[in-house]
Design a protein around this ligand. Structure first.
Ligand SMILES: Cc1cc2nc3c(=O)[nH]c(=O)nc-3n(C[C@H](O)[C@H](O)[C@H](O)COP(=O)(O)OP(=O)(O)OC[C@H]3O[C@@H](n4cnc5c(N)ncnc54)[C@H](O)[C@@H]3O)c2cc1C
Length: 486
């Protein structure tokens, strides 16, 4: 992989007296392009975070991810305070928050890192208009991705619709190097520039999050990145990443989601670790980096095709019927389907906000292909519970699993939950960790549907469906839809 210096180091010729850094999904001081540039451009940088103002239930987030956000903001505020600055927190739409702050501080510019989902982009347009109207500078930077959606295109300039050629192109591009930690933002905003208290879940009227939510903040994220690199997770990734029990993957999804680590630093550190490693270890590092390309692939899909939020990506399957019932969906949401691997995954999610990738695929295929529920129901449920919930990756993962997505994966690839268990959790260790009713059940009983019609453990439900019958039904539903379009 070729490496290059970060492109957007451009500083203004004369330091400006005051600029604003608008923190978004970049809640860190290290390898932060917009913050780094703001620090170089101004005598005083006023850092601000705009808090959302909804209350109660939300279809796309919940206590786990909001708790992680609160912890990350608290850590950021402490780090800023340690360098003599002060994080301002204000509730409201970012354009309104920023307009007031420009007036109060007399700032001459707003700096921020770019976002790629439709909501983020719409807000960026408003901020640009605001800056134009106020006659100040609007400076946006590439940060969240190594390569922006319009940088990785096919030979004829079109977006990729399939991952493998996209990833080949992505891997071949030069990689930007990380930026150093920002050490000073100048003096803190004056006392009369008000800030709200750091948020807690009460801000959104949300109930407490479960105890298993990972520690938030830049320091905790850096510790996870160190663990990835210094333990055997990275070198063992290729071999073990599909095994759901234990820590076989990096668990950096939420850190990337909230920008607690920079993508440049993560990739540079992986690359450095590969130097001098064995062939097998180097392949493992490459496998890991390729997974990071999946994240950018789905961000690019959402950027080029924002309609995927509403519709099946593959036009062939738009408007198809998903006749699954709300009752079946409710059993799936509680982890009470009678399929141990599915129930273990959902219960891991509810308890910790995390679910292993292999299991995400199994539970998502089960919901769509065994229970025939609309993938959008599962997509929203995941967003309410995942600590790493990310619109683009989640939508991509759900559409991939449902067979409607941006992938070569055909709709008739339907994973059998029992076979998947045999392959990836043959001793039932993952299942037993998350489904206490099955702690004393023989592993062999977790690998296939009970043949005697009796539950495999007291208090544990019978399988709610028969997999092969539902598989046939899925094939019929897809076939019917295809026929109806002729
Ligand atoms: C139905 C479904 C829903 C998903 N929802 C999300 C989501 O909301 N947010 C999210 O970040 N990932 C999502 N994924 C992708 C993947 O499951 C997670 O990124 C991964 O499990 C996070 O754990 P990790 O950090 O230990 O992953 P690792 O295996 O260590 O991978 C490292 C990083 O690469 C990226 N990555 C890995 N695999 C994928 C993938 N298939 N698609 C996109 N990015 C990937 C993530 O940023 C991840 O943190 C989903 C997958 C499926 C099948």
């Amino acid at each position: 992989m070729r490496l290059r210096a970060t492109a957007e180091r451009n500083t203004l010729p004369m330091p400006l007296p005051v600029v604003i850094h608008w923190f978004r999904r970049d809640l860190r001081l290290t390898d932060n392009p917009a913050l780094h540039a703001a620090a170089a451009a101004a005598v005083q940088v006023v850092p601000v975070y705009a808090l959302s103002s909804w209350r109660g239930q939300h279809g796309w987030t919940g206590p786990i991810r909001q708790q992680f956000l609160c912890g990350s903001l608290a850590s950021l505020a402490a780090n800023l305070q340690a360098m003599g600055s002060r994080l301002l927190v204000r509730t409201g739409s970012a354009d309104e928050v920023l307009e007031k702050l420009v007036v109060e501080t007399g700032a001459q510019a707003i700096f921020f890192n770019r976002d790629y989902d439709p909501y983020g982009r719409a807000m960026e347009k408003k901020i640009q208009s605001l800056c134009d109207r106020l006659g100040i500078e609007c400076r946006s930077f590439q940060d969240r991705v190594m390569h922006e959606p319009d940088q990785i295109l096919t030979g004829d300039g079109n977006p990729y619709r399939v991952y493998t050629p996209y990833s080949r192109n992505w891997l071949a591009q030069e990689k930007a190097q990380p930026l150093p930690t920002v050490k000073s933002l100048g003096p803190a905003a004056a006392e009369n520039i008000a800030s709200e208290a750091l948020p807690t879940l009460n801000h959104w009227g949300l109930p407490a999050a479960p105890e298993g939510v990972p520690e938030a903040g830049e320091r905790a994220a850096r510790a996870r990145m160190k663990q990835l690199i210094e333990s055997d997770i990275l070198f063992g990734y290729k071999e073990k990443r599909d095994l759901p029990e234990g820590v076989t993957t990096s668990h950096l999804g939420a850190d990337l989601r909230f920008g607690l680590i920079g993508i440049r630093e993560l990739i540079a550190r992986c690359e450095k670790t590969a130097v001098g490693a064995t062939e097998t270890q180097r392949t493992s590092v490459q496998t890991y980096i390729k997974e990071l390309a999946w994240r950018e692939f789905y961000l690019a899909i959402l950027w080029h095709f924002p309609e995927v939020f509403e519709h099946e990506f593959n036009p062939d399957w738009r408007g198809m019927s998903w006749p699954g019932s709300q009752e079946d969906f409710a059993a799936w949401c509680q982890g009470r389907t009678g399929f141990p691997i599915v129930d273990a995954g959902i219960r891991q999610l509810l308890a910790t906000g995390f679910m292993h990738n292999r299991v995400r695929m199994i539970v998502a295929m089960f919901l769509t292909k065994d229970l025939h529920c609309d993938w959008r129901w599962g997509e929203s449920f995941f967003m309410q519970h995942l600590v790493d919930g990310e619109n683009a990756s989640n939508n991509g993962g759900w559409q991939w699993s449902a067979g409607t997505g941006a992938d070569a994966a055909p709709y008739f690839r339907i994973q059998n939950p029992w076979t998947q268990t045999k392959r990836y959790d043959p001793e039932g260790r993952y299942i037993k960790t998350w489904v206490p009713e099955l702690k004393n059940t023989a592993a062999s009983a977790l690998l296939e549907a009970p043949k005697d019609g009796r539950p495999i453990a007291s208090g544990y439900p019978l399988p709610m469906v028969e997999h092969s019958a539902e598989r046939d039904r899925t094939m019929a539903l897809f076939a019917q839809h295809k026929a109806s379009r002729r």
